[in-house]
Ligand binder design. Sequence first.
Ligand SMILES: Nc1ncnc2c1ncn2[C@@H]1O[C@H](COP(=O)(O)OP(=O)(O)OP(=O)(O)O)[C@@H](O)[C@H]1O
Length: 372
Amino acid sequence: MAIIMAEGLARTFRTRGRTVEAVSGVDLEVGAGEIVGFLGTNGAGKTTTLRMLATLLRPTSGRATVAGADLRRDPAGVRRRIGYVGQGGGAHPDALVGEELLLQGELYRMTRAAARERAAAVAGRLGLADLLDRQVQTLSGGQRRRLDIGLGLVHSPPLVFLDEPSTGLDPHSRRELWDHTRRLRDEWGTTVFLTTHYLEEADALCDRVLVMDRGRIVIEGTPEELKRKVAGDVISVEVADDPAPAEAVLRARPEVLALTADGSTLRLTVARGEQALFGLVQALGGAGVRLESIQLTRPSLDEVFLAATGHPLHADLPIPIPPAPATGLAGPASAGPADPTGLADPAGPTGPTGPAGPAGPAHEGALGARRA
Ligand SMILES: Nc1ncnc2c1ncn2[C@@H]1O[C@H](COP(=O)(O)OP(=O)(O)OP(=O)(O)O)[C@@H](O)[C@H]1O
């Protein structure tokens, strides 16, 4: 069952007399209980798409249903059923961890008892149970990030958006965060939609990856599918004698999609390495070719990204116009009569700002989180 369905979602910004097409017509479908990741370079349009789906930005065109509610007609319904954890993080540095979680529940109009119970459950799930009496500013980067995510989960949303959840974390904390995210999916059935710059994160954590480039989804699939579809597997064959007879044998094989020769080593691309390997070895043996070694290599998501976009993930791409720095907070709850759809555009044309929860002012850290 799809928890997100979007069609032709697009957003342009007008800044300094120019139009920036941040997202140009995205179609996507996310199934309940999936961990789906948007992978892309800076400025690809990931955050803008996430913010549209979370009702924080009004789409220029397109439509979507998110967690059973229509993005345009029922943005408050969407907000009630989702969590949103922005890049900035939301917790107040002086507050205690437990207080922040409780406050979040109360902002969602939970009773104190229900908020307390839920805060304890979230803290337990995210490995924060021993930290409830700690001041937020004393937490490590990884603990702080887990608290940010916890704030987005207190109201039990079936779907949570995480914008670059592990940026700035060391590899150990990043892995810990992945474990917790998987447990959210496995034990609570939470659907997680995240953005990331990290190939490793997309590969290790995501059930499905959507590669985004210059405002469009250019390819999508499970990490394994993408590697197969785009790059194929590579088999490197090192022969003991003259490589020409081996090359002739291999070129005649239908499963060999491409072949390059480098001295006595032949590199073959095949769709499914483990299936092709045995037949190729047999054919070479039958032709009297003596092998030194044979090796199967699976492509990485790096290669997938390069093939799909034409540039490496970490290339410095020109970013048309950087977004203005975050300013004040506004959200649908404060959009007022000028916004009859309730789909506020808090950022306006130039500045991204924070969301609002159902109970009032909020901030970028977690949807609906924080005191005014
Ligand atoms: N409020 C805004 N005003 C003008 N341009 C904007 C605004 N927000 C985003 N953009 C532009 O839209 C494009 C997409 O930005 P977006 O933040 O969605 O990319 P991203 O893939 O999330 O990048 P990053 O990984 O750096 O967060 C960029 O060119 C960006 O400069």
